[in-house]
Design a protein around this ligand. Structure first.
Ligand code: GRF
Length: 209
């Protein structure tokens, strides 16, 4: 089966990117990362890509007058590298229809909460502050908006009485890494299907082990 050609967008440390790279190396993810793009030149995620011999490209959103203009530059780079699917892995920018129309139903995001709870930044802090006993992470298709779009997979994580933002984030990340890789492997196998039903209802069929 053909490898899934991924473009991974990062803004920060890139541990989800690293999980993808390691799964590819281990043979548990039938994919190749064609390019890693960051809006921040100093992102550790770019360094991880370089170390793995993968094209690492910094495109600063500050160089563009609008979100759309920035996305035009992203799309050009992703097309140049012949990417099929786009993974937002800690990408701290809101994407527009410019990107979403170029990769229809092929843009996914990982979020450290059980959406629709706690969208936006600092989801882990929001969970601690609210006092929930269970949180988790979500992999979803991206649509315009903040952390919105049809949910592909979720995994719960218990919030322990002694947890603070840092300890919860650490445990969440370990689960994120597994879930994201599992979802991408199902995508690679052609097993992730987005159905559009009546009343605009969308449902994703996917089987995870
Ligand atoms: C993760 O918690 C992800 O869910 C969120 O941003 C964080 C990125 O972490 N969107 P990393 O850069 O992959 O280490």
């Amino acid at each position: 089966m053909e490898k899934l050609k991924l473009g991974v967008l990062v803004s920060g440390t890139g541990t989800n990117l690293q999980a993808i790279l390691e799964a590819i190396k281990a043979g548990t993810l039938n994919a190749e990362v064609r390019v890693v793009i960051s809006n921040k030149a100093e992102a550790l995620g770019l360094e991880r890509a370089r170390l793995a011999g993968i094209p690492a490209v910094a495109i600063s959103h500050r160089d563009y007058a609008s979100r759309e203009a920035f996305d035009v530059a992203l799309v050009a780079e992703l097309r140049r590298k012949q990417v099929d699917w786009v993974v937002l892995a800690g990408f701290m920018r809101i994407v527009t229809n410019v990107l979403l129309d170029a990769f229809t139903d092929r843009v996914v995001n990982i979020h450290p909460a059980l959406l629709p709870a706690f969208p936006g930044v600092q989801a882990q802090r929001q969970a601690i502050q609210y006092g929930v006993k269970v949180t988790g992470c979500t992999v979803h298709f991206v649509e315009p908006g903040v952390d919105s779009g049809p949910i592909i997979a979720q995994q719960s994580v218990e919030v322990l009485p002694a947890d603070d933002e840092a300890s919860l984030s650490r445990r969440l990340l370990a689960v994120e890494h597994r879930l994201l890789v599992e979802v991408l492997q199902q995508v690679a196998l052609g097993k992730v299907h987005l159905h559009r039903g009546e009343n605009g209802r969308r449902r994703v069929n996917v089987e995870l082990s």
